[in-house]
Design a protein around this ligand. Structure first.
Ligand SMILES: Cc1cc2nc3c(=O)[nH]c(=O)nc-3n(C[C@H](O)[C@H](O)[C@H](O)COP(=O)(O)OP(=O)(O)OC[C@H]3O[C@@H](n4cnc5c(N)ncnc54)[C@H](O)[C@@H]3O)c2cc1C
Length: 530
């Protein structure tokens, strides 16, 4: 069963290795978990529903609680402390486009707000009710989870937009195909959520981001239904798919989506290469990606992230042996780990690997084989479970991300890390900050920073600390002219920074478009635009 106040399935645990607690204590101090509120106590605080009755709408308090918050750190603080300011008034699980249409009309006629809900894995407040003024209807799309059309010749597949990552891949795998979209939230997130947030999967270097994969579909909005055909390309004016991508539930509900799929690869391998420092690693990955090699993944960690990953990996003896080997090869304390993925037919993988390794060697990269890559691949959707363990040991963990041109990568990492490191007064606690380049493009890279700090006993104080961290880091991103989000989207947490990126005309146009699709402003208000 899914955890109501944490990540994932409640039968799955991710214990810390034996040296983990000591590592954390040295970095940020001894953790002391605050007392979590019980499920019964939170359920007792769910107010009566204000929604008019409808056969598809369920007003069960537990269902409403389970749709009240996503997965951001403020969401966790609210769920664990029971300080939840707003709940949806009802939740519907439509199983057809006709039912979705009916629910949107119902909400419009009853002056209610609609929140489209996929997997609820948003980390920026996308699916949280924010208004107390009107009844809120959350529409959970998980029952729209079938493959409705498969065109093998064109390699196009049409799915109900509520399909989750594992369901989608299982259905395609049975046909010998894959979408190749693997966000870390794969286990729970949905196709519609990926589209509505412009998501990026871990192998986007090979398969493309969701905006490359989304080819057309159906959007049901209060103003009508928009059908977009999967043309391979078109010069017929601006591409309306781009409006749906990143629309965050504000235009309407995507009920069906056609996506580009690929044959299952003949071969897939992930390797680790260690560089003596971040400069060398960064130059190597830039040259590799600018050589347009056919890779599926590049992920380069800074020295602090590399050390943190190795320290928390367990297998102490194996890691000690690896470190000895690296020292002999001239890779010491400042070592930076690159994970590199090759996906495709045998010959192409072989040729690409040779070329990529040759570039890495020119920058003193030491290839240590496939073990680390294999481990990463095996555990890649399990790592989010570590957040549960950390919380239970008294630690909060949050991430933030941006993307900038290569020439700005170093300064931006420095600015973000410095902003986070200088946020707390030493008397308030310490923070451990580390970064990797998560997605790479010929012209730049996305920067993904993780920070960890001790939970306070008072949830308001933890929230205040988070707020200070988030504000400082977001301001640093804006000052560096990075995008306020490369993959998580805008939601509530980034909405105040959108105008700095899109400009006043840009945000006005966006607001006008939202108003045209949704004249009464019932679709997910308060998200995307402040
Ligand atoms: C542990 C963890 C790891 C993550 N890793 C990644 C990652 O690697 N890459 C990445 O890009 N993101 C990642 N995320 C963020 C999140 O998973 C993505 O934003 C994801 O795309 C959200 O999908 P969802 O189905 O859960 O959408 P939800 O959270 O349910 O909704 C997100 C937004 O999309 C809208 N929406 C959902 N479905 C529809 C629909 N059918 N029609 C219209 N609007 C809709 C909602 O109204 C909301 O505004 C991660 C999150 C977590 C918690």
């Amino acid at each position: 069963m899914r955890r109501w106040n944490g990540w994932g399935d409640n039968t799955v645990e991710y214990p810390l290795p034996s040296n983990g607690p000591e590592f954390l204590q040295k970095r940020v101090g001894v953790g002391a978990p605050p007392q979590d509120v019980s499920l019964e106590a939170v359920l007792a605080s769910v107010p009566n529903s204000r929604l008019a009755s409808h056969p598809l709408v369920n007003v069960d308090p537990k269902l409403r609680l389970c749709h009240a918050k996503g997965q951001s750190l403020p969401d966790w603080i609210a769920l664990r402390s029971g300080r939840i300011s707003a709940f949806p008034d009802g939740v519907a699980h439509p199983s057809s486009s006709t039912q979705v249409l009916d629910l949107v009309h119902f909400a419009e006629q009853n002056d209610s707000v609609v929140i489209p809900y996929g997997g609820g894995t948003s980390v920026v407040g996308h699916i949280n009710p924010v208004t107390a003024e009107k009844p809120v209807l959350t529409i959970n799309l998980r029952r729209l989870n079938q493959l409705s059309k498969f065109d093998e010749i064109s390699q196009l597949a049409t799915f109900g937009a509520g399909i989750s990552g594992p369901e989608l891949e299982a259905q395609l795998r049975a046909l010998g195909f894959t979408l190749g979209h693997f966000p870390q939230s794969f286990e729970l997130s949905t196709l519609g959520g990926w589209i509505a947030t412009r998501s990026s999967g871990q192998q986007s270097l090979g398969y493309g981001r969701i905006e490359d994969l989304f080819k057309g579909g159906t959007l049901i909005s209060p103003a009508g239904t928009l059908e977009l055909l999967p043309h391979p390309a078109s010069a017929a004016g601006p591409d309306l798919r781009q409006m749906i991508l990143g629309s965050e539930g504000r235009l309407g509900i995507v009920t069906e989506a056609t996506v580009r799929v690929s044959r299952l690869p003949e071969r897939e391998e992930f390797h680790a290469i260690f560089f003596p420092n971040f400069d060398r690693g960064q130059t190597a990955v830039r040259q590799i990606v600018q050589a347009r090699l056919s890779l599926s993944m590049l992920r380069l960690s800074t020295a602090v992230e590399t050390n943190t990953t190795l320290a928390l990996a367990g297998h102490e003896r194996l890691i000690a042996m690896l470190e000895q080997l690296l020292v002999l090869r001239g890779v010491n304390d400042q070592k930076c780990m690159l994970l590199i993925g090759f996906t495709g037919c045998e010959d192409l993988v072989k040729a690409t690997r040779k070329e990529a390794f040759s570039i890495a060697r020119q920058h003193k990269g030491v290839h240590v084989g496939r073990q680390f890559g294999k481990q990463w691949h095996k555990g890649r959707f399990l790592t989010p479970y570590l957040r549960n363990t950390l919380w239970e040991q008294g630690y909060a963990l949050d991430t933030l991300e941006t993307a900038v041109p290569w020439s700005d990568v170093d300064d931006t990492i420095q600015a973000i890390e410095h902003a986070l490191q200088s946020t707390l007064d030493p008397s308030e606690g310490r923070v451990h900050v580390f970064t990797h380049l998560s997605h790479m493009y010929p012209e730049g890279a996305s920067i993904y920073t993780t920070y960890l700090f001790r939970l306070a006993q008072d949830p308001d104080q933890t929230l205040q600390h988070w707020h200070s961290f988030k504000t400082a880091a977001s301001q640093a991103i804006v000052n560096q002219k990075g995008t306020i989000s490369h993959q998580h989207g805008v939601g509530v947490d980034h909405a105040h920074y959108l105008e700095a990126e899109k400009g006043s005309l840009g945000t006005t146009v966006l607001r006008d478009v939202l108003g045209r699709f949704d004249p009464k402003g019932i679709m997910n208000p308060g998200k995307l635009l402040a």
